[in-house]
Design a protein around this ligand. Structure first.
Ligand SMILES: Nc1ncnc2c1ncn2[C@@H]1O[C@H](COP(=O)(O)OP(=O)(O)O)[C@@H](O)[C@H]1O
Ligand SMILES: [Mg+2]
Length: 294
């Protein structure tokens, strides 16, 4: 059984699926974030489990991600956040369960039945993946401009001048001085590298971006600036984002909706402000109060 019994007196289902038909963002007010304009989920995971041998990575997770929605996946270390993120972004095949995606042409596709070439194209164009460690998402020994331009070329851009101009423009948008365009990211600070990784991911105009602890490796002051920047970009671009974080402050600032995981399972879900201000599952109450005391 799921733990939905423990939250059953409340309207939101524990499995993260918006079973009350209204897209949850239409209820999200006051964040200055865009309401999404489409009425079907972009991505749906259903009954996703991943076992590493006998060890549980994540178990029986069902979530929907709506266009333009920022969904935070929170929980302590080892709760299955990264496993879930990798399963829904096709980086790790689930042991059981299905993940579907609504393509730009409106067709809903099973991601694990898609051909490899098509899946890779999707990942390079319609999706982004921001790693905690920028070195995992960048090519450290080619220039900043080439890091951004390379993704652009995956969408068919060929004109050198245009690619360079767009790359320069994106460096500006992530607050990297344009005169650093020919420098390699290994010459950049951690914060700059992370901003470059973000530019590389966003330049293709993705609809969905996955982020695994995007501010996790940075100093606190650098984190705050990056979060501000991310929030602005996500709002401007109307991106759907799944952001994994153990930091509830990140979830508070960025996300519309939250999923709380424990031992591989989703134990609570709801609008971010509701979950943080009025946590219902005892474990979420513990998580929220221990962070506040920290
Ligand atoms: N490659 C792996 N092999 C074996 N066990 C793993 C592997 N990756 C993760 N796990 C286990 O799966 C569980 C969930 O891990 P993970 O998804 O990394 O959690 P989180 O991202 O919340 O810290 C943990 O018990 C972890 O030890
Ligand atoms: Mg993790």
């Amino acid at each position: 059984m799921t733990q939905s019994d423990s939250v059953s007196p409340y309207p939101e289902p524990a499995n993260g699926r918006g079973e009350n038909a209204n897209p949850p963002l239409q209820q999200a007010q006051g964040k200055g974030l865009p309401a999404f304009d489409e009425d079907k989920p972009l991505l749906s995971a259903s009954g996703v489990s991943k076992f590493y041998g006998s060890r549980i990575g994540c178990e029986d997770v069902s979530i929907d991600i709506w266009p333009g929605e920022v969904l935070a996946v929170v929980g302590e270390s080892g709760s299955g956040k990264t496993t879930l993120l990798n399963c829904i972004s096709t980086r790790l095949m689930p042991t059981t369960g299905t993940v579907t995606y609504r393509m730009r042409d409106g067709h809903i596709r099973d991601l694990y039945r898609m051909g490899e070439a098509e899946r890779r194209f999707l990942m390079r164009t319609d999706w982004g993946f921001v790693h905690q460690n920028p070195a995992d998402g960048l090519r450290m020994t080619v220039s900043a401009g080439a890091n951004v331009g390379e993704r652009l070329m995956a969408t068919g851009a060929r004109h050198y001048g245009d690619i360079r101009a767009t790359a320069g423009d994106w460096l500006g948008r992530v607050e990297i001085a344009e005169d650093r365009i020919d420098d390699q990211p290994r010459a950049f600070s951690g914060g700059m590298r992370q901003r470059l990784q973000i530019a590389r991911n966003l330049v293709t105009g993705p609809r969905l971006v996955f982020m695994d602890e995007p501010t996790g490796g940075l100093d606190v002051s650098v984190q705050a600036r990056l979060l501000d920047l991310l929030r602005g970009l996500v709002t401007d671009l109307g991106l759907a984002v799944v952001v994994v974080t153990h930091d509830l402050a990140v979830a508070r600032l960025l996300s519309h909706r939250m999923v709380v995981m424990k031992d591989g399972r989703v134990i609570e879900t709801g609008l971010t402000d509701r979950v943080l201000d009025d946590p219902r599952a005892p474990y979420t109450q513990l998580l929220v109060s221990s962070i506040l005391q920290a």
